[in-house]
Design a protein around this ligand. Structure first.
Ligand SMILES: [Zn+2]
Length: 194
């Protein structure tokens, strides 16, 4: 039965607006990009992102790591490195996207999953959309600058021409512990220097 047959005109109009603004639902038979499937796979790749974050910590950079996966294969990885690169854009996500784009010889990276240990910032969410990444999986929230669920909810915006799904909380405790330990150690060093 068509909605206009059972609802008065005004109700139908408001319902139509709701439907138009609703996010596109993933198709039932979409392979491996379902939000709720493959949690073991999510943990495996988040483990790889955590290894990248550890490299950042060893270099004195805030420990955030990322890997980009296509069809079950790692095609790019990166750790946060703005200080050593003299580059404000050298966040883990951007470094991983650049590496994958060079290896694929393509600035667009469709049908890929980006794993990152910490909720992305505004810049990195923008880069993921530009690169046409399909799914973002992040570990811990970033209450101060996170642009997915914390300070902004950019992926819920309807005006982008690419829809990116996300999953959060994969190995979140490990991901946030790395950052907390890094800043605690840094504070300790600063105190000793006083
Ligand atoms: Zn970022």
């Amino acid at each position: 039965m068509e909605p206009e047959e059972i609802l008065p005109r005004q109700s139908f109009n408001s319902m139509k607006i709701m439907v138009d603004q609703a996010p596109a639902m993933p198709h039932e038979d979409e392979p491996s990009l379902d939000k709720n499937s493959a949690s073991a796979e999510h943990e495996h790749w988040m483990g790889e992102a955590i290894l990248q974050a550890r490299i950042a910590a060893e270099q004195g950079e805030v420990p955030v790591g990322a890997v980009l996966i296509e069809a079950g294969k790692l095609i790019g990885s990166g750790f946060n490195q703005p200080i050593m690169r003299h580059d404000a854009t050298a966040h883990a996500e951007i470094v991983a996207l650049r590496a994958a784009s060079v290896s694929k010889q393509n600035y667009r990276l469709p049908a890929t999953i980006l794993y990152v240990t910490i909720e992305p910032c505004t810049m990195c969410v923008g880069a993921l959309i530009h690169a046409r990444v399909d799914l973002l999986v992040f570990g811990a929230r970033e209450p101060r600058a996170g642009a997915v669920v914390s300070q902004n909810k950019l992926l819920d915006s309807q005006h982008y021409n690419h829809k990116l799904s996300y999953v959060e909380g994969v190995l979140a405790a490990q991901c946030s512990t790395l950052v907390q330990a890094f800043f605690k150690a840094k504070r300790g060093v600063n105190r000793r220097a006083d």
